[in-house]
Design a protein around this ligand. Structure first.
Ligand SMILES: [Zn+2]
Length: 75
């Protein structure tokens, strides 16, 4: 069974730049997505980068809600 890439959780609105697309830092294609550092990058490109660079915190998932809370997280 092939190992699935670790998927990033980028649900927060700041990952989507409404001002428009910028060239992805990894593939050069236009993307409205932004990393935590404001770097324009496709989410799938960031996930692929993470696979190739294990342990480097360039692209990270949103902070997870604390355990014990019910699922009333608003986007
Ligand atoms: Zn890309």
């Amino acid at each position: 069974m092939a190992q699935m890439p670790q998927l990033l959780q980028w649900r927060d609105s700041y990952h989507f730049d409404r001002r428009g697309d910028l060239p992805c830092a990894l593939c050069g294609g236009d993307t409205p997505m932004r990393s935590h550092q404001g770097e324009p990058v496709h989410k799938v490109c960031a996930e692929a980068w993470n696979e190739a660079h294990p342990g480097e915190p360039r692209f990270v998932s949103d902070a997870q809600p604390r355990r014990g809370n019910d699922r009333t997280v608003h986007a």
